[in-house]
Design a protein around this ligand. Structure first.
Ligand SMILES: C[S@@+](CC[C@H](N)C(=O)[O-])C[C@H]1O[C@@H](n2cnc3c(N)ncnc32)[C@H](O)[C@@H]1O
Length: 252
């Protein structure tokens, strides 16, 4: 259900941010600080393997990294491509599932990213381990994988958990967004509800449904190690979600 969810959401995805452009720049600066800390300079080859409409991809390309970008949702990738073209950014786009990433991309990246809670769309430890191992296969020796996820250990589990995302005005339309979470064991059903109020009156409701596995950071760290990373480090200070950095051995 992940791919149709993000394909349908692609034209509206930026409305989940108060200001998408500002968030793109802020997120890219935060990621660049981590890349620098791990010895990856501007100009290095980076693969954003869950690029969506390009929130991290576009910002990092604008900072001078050489970006390739993929996602399981082709319409999200198509929008990311249009956004890149409109900004004059050269990015190599593709459609790929994290679990089979190395079928599409050769091992030549200094870093592979999957940011903003992409990995918890995989609904079991086995699938996540496979995805992390595939990301690792796309790295040059000594490269890193950067994954950002929600800190599920810090979230109270209540059903329904209604999370307002605020209102935006665009082209005279007023858009109101909210997320609704419904827990089911370690997983939850997510509904994104967008209410569109056009200038000529009326009200249209768009709903999108998907599912997440609320994997905790300690469990995810263990899966990095099981997927063959030499070590994994957590960084909380640079990005709006905790970042796990899996380091590939120089000889690995
Ligand atoms: C919350 S969105 C974040 C997208 C992008 N990183 C951003 O911040 O705009 C999560 C993304 O993960 C992608 N995704 C989920 N499962 C995937 C998989 N198995 N392979 C590749 N991409 C996947 C979704 O299609 C979606 O674009």
């Amino acid at each position: 259900m992940t791919q149709p969810f993000y394909d349908r959401l692609a034209p509206y995805y930026h409305l989940l941010y108060p200001d998408w452009e500002v968030s793109m720049e802020r997120q890219a600066r935060g990621l660049a600080a981590v890349l620098e800390e791990f010895g990856i300079p501007r100009g290095a080859c980076i693969l954003d393997a869950a690029c969506g409409i390009g929130t991290q991809t576009l910002g990092l390309a604008a900072l001078g990294y050489r970006l390739s970008a993929s996602d399981i949702a082709p319409l999200a990738v198509a929008r990311a491509r249009l956004e890149a073209d409109s900004r004059g950014l050269r990015i190599d786009f593709g459609v790929a599932d994290l679990r089979r990433l190395s079928d599409v991309f050769p091992a030549r990246f200094s870093a592979v990213l999957a940011c903003d809670n992409a990995v918890p769309h995989l609904l079991s430890d086995a699938e996540i381990r496979q995805a992390l191992a595939e990301c690792r296969r796309c790295l040059v020796p000594g490269g890193i994988v950067l994954v950002s996820v929600r800190d599920y250990a810090a979230i109270e589990r209540k059903t329904p958990d209604v999370r307002p995302y605020g209102a935006r005005v665009e082209g005279g339309h007023r858009w109101t967004a909210e997320q609704i979470w419904e827990w089911d064991g370690d997983q939850y059903e997510l509904t994104v509800r967008l209410v569109d109020e056009p200038p000529d009156g009326g009200r249209r409701i768009h709903e999108f449904r998907s599912r997440y596995y609320a994997i905790e950071l300690t469990a995810l760290e263990r899966l990095f190690i099981e997927a063959g990373f030499e070590r994994v480090e957590r960084r909380d200070e640079h990005f709006f979600q905790p970042l796990l950095v899996g380091v590939q051995a120089v000889g690995g």
